[in-house]
Ligand binder design. Sequence first.
Ligand code: RTP
Ligand code: MG
Length: 147
Amino acid sequence: MDRTFLMIKPDGVQRGLIGELVARFEKKGLKLVAAKFMKITPELAEQHYGEHKGKPFYEPLVDFITSGPVFAMVWEGDNAIALTRAMIGKTNAVEAAPGTIRSDYAVHTNFNLIHGSDSPENAAREIQIFFSEHELIDYEHSIQRWI
Ligand code: RTP
Ligand code: MG
């Protein structure tokens, strides 16, 4: 069972897409473990996107991700990391497969609506920097019996 960190970025919040995007993961059959509506500080942005420091898109990325509130979440399920990356689609909306979030809703690489962890190591790291242990809710999720 994987846990992954997903985050609706400031463009998704501004465009009123929180509900629509959350619905996709609910309908897929994944289990919501934690959620938080929050603003990202420059320090947190650096922790989260530190691997991209020095790249040409890093400064605009930090400016963007700190520009307004985000909706941060943890989701759980079999292959949750790979499944949610597939549902989100490629970074560049032009290359994202039809039916993926970035294909259906995004136009530009810099405004691509949602983040998803790309590996078990990054998922664990990101969950830990955004959530404390007591915010990760342990409960019975009956749909998982049928999926
Ligand atoms: P994310 O981390 O936000 O889920 O996106 P990702 O895995 O699909 O892409 P990643 O390589 O981790 O890049 C993080 C964000 O930086 C911007 N970016 N711009 N201009 C470029 O070549 C470029 N490459 C990346 C994107 O906004 C991307 O989501
Ligand atoms: Mg990434």
